[in-house]
Design a protein around this ligand. Sequence first.
Ligand code: GAL
Ligand code: ZN
Length: 641
Amino acid sequence: MSDVIAYGGDWNPEQWPEETWEQDVALMREAGVNRVSVGIFSWSLLEPAEGVFDFDWFDRVMDLLAANGILANLSTPTASPPPWFGDAYPEALPVDADGRRLHHGSRQGFCPSSPIYREKALRIAEQVATRYRDHPALAMWHVHNEYGCHNARCYCDTSAAAFRSWLRAHYSSLEALNEAWGTAFWSQRYGDWAQILPPRATPSFTNPGQQLDFRRFSSDALVELYVAERDLLKKLTPDVPATTNLMAGAHWDMDCWAFAAELDVVSTDHYLVGARPEPHIDLAFAADYARSLAGGRPWLLMEHSTSAVNWQPRNLAKRPGELRRNSLQHLARGADGIMFFQWRASRAGAEKWHSAMVPHAGTSTKIFREVVALGAELAGLADVVGSTVRADVAILLDHSSVWAQDHPAQPTADLDPVEEAKRWHAALWRAGLTCDLAHPEGDLTGYRLLLVPALYLVSDSGAANVEEFARRGGVVLVGPYSGIVDEHDRVRLGGYPGAWRDLLGVSVEEFFPLEGPIALDSGAKGGVWSELARTTGAKVLDTYATGEPAWTRNEFGEGAAHYLTTRLEDDALAEVVAAVCAEAGVEPVAEAVPGVEVVRRSHADGRSFLFAINHTGEDAVVRPPGGAPVTVAAGDVRIIH
Ligand code: GAL
Ligand code: ZN
């Protein structure tokens, strides 16, 4: 991407009188800012009336950046159509499942399938690109902003027609669709494509196949919008990398794997959620996901916050030092750029209570001092740029599976696949292990251990991919309610989990969701779920009081596959994870110390950086193998070259 760590944030000078701009760039220089994202929400000023363009003010913004050696992630402002758009084209505003058409006056007020939105979006994108294609400040295209953050699914008639076209392209015939969706159930058989609707509000549950395909269609519609803009930009500026900021790990409406495949550089936004007991572990999950989406290559943290956000019930301010820890955590996990929303805190508007690099109180503040210090520190870490993080473990994650399990009619409401993936990730984190996230159909060859926490839906090829991984010597750990249905959300028959009965050497005849904890023979505790399982080749490693299997292990090819028939509590899960790690020969970069995160980034030439991040209030000692012990003070970060 560049030879320095990108540092900066969203700059929205249009919110301020022009006298502020010079002061802004002077402060940016003081803070070591070398990169800003501009133009994201500028559409209503760049095109104040339909077809009337005003770029003079934005020329001055771009020139000011260039004059100060600050590069721009130049945005196409298409995430927020101006009021004139909703006014002139009300049919292009989004409609929710209840048939309510939403109004302009917020952001992302458009239907993703609207041809008129697309036309207007491409026109403003082309205006921006034509005007600034040769501008010295232009470093990267920041296409749109967080696709689908608010309008991921639209249920209007235009979207209904687009959904039907999508279905026609995916099914060879209406009969095939009827078969895939199981429409013989509840008399839902379609006799004509025109009868098919988005899953709008219905008297009872909608058809699971229909809702799943609608999620897929809706995600594809957003990817298509990105591709349309990107292709236009590439025609004008073939050498300028294009990205859009994903919300990896936080927002599940867009298929991040599909998006990432279209990006030149993966970028993502991450915000701590105060209600989580250890939000920094959630941060690690998001960062690991971003790196995995980038195929292990460096990625860009496009947004995070210097302190509080404004959209949670209680918006916790960051403690002194937390801003630095969060930032270096992303860096440790493979980011080559650390950016914030936003540069200067807004005085007005819906996000005026969101922190920024320059707070309302000005520059004599904790936040600005930390921002300046971080800028200086990152400038000294330029050698890190381009280095990568290697993981021996991967957790399987697929949006289709999450979407399918999101259908409300499930054996229990208490088994959340995303929370399970995060909990298993947390178990690795506590063991000092950095893992990747992987798509079930992705390349698994580099890993030794595969965790499958809650992959309810898996395609035939995904199922075979996991089997092949074990056959070639890998160790697999599968959690309950995984491998249950095919890609159309139809049950795999003959004993659960139909996708992996052979692999696991287990066959399950009935699920027993639980209302309370359940004790295992070993003393371990489970909950939420249990199963009536019998082994067909696997060895039983732990049982319920009834003697039924709770944890099994099956030799398979050169490898082995473990299975859990309950949702183990954290301590018990940690023990099983430790056992499979030992079996797979997976070790942390340094012996795990509670609350201390140790991650290594390395260059191909052997230069490496060991990041030791102390999230606790006590000093800690980290012992890298073959190196001297390192003391990491409470709340501090040490980077060992
Ligand atoms: C992101 C968004 C930004 C800002 C930020 C606040 O979702 O891209 O524009 O709204 O959240 O946390
Ligand atoms: Zn629509």
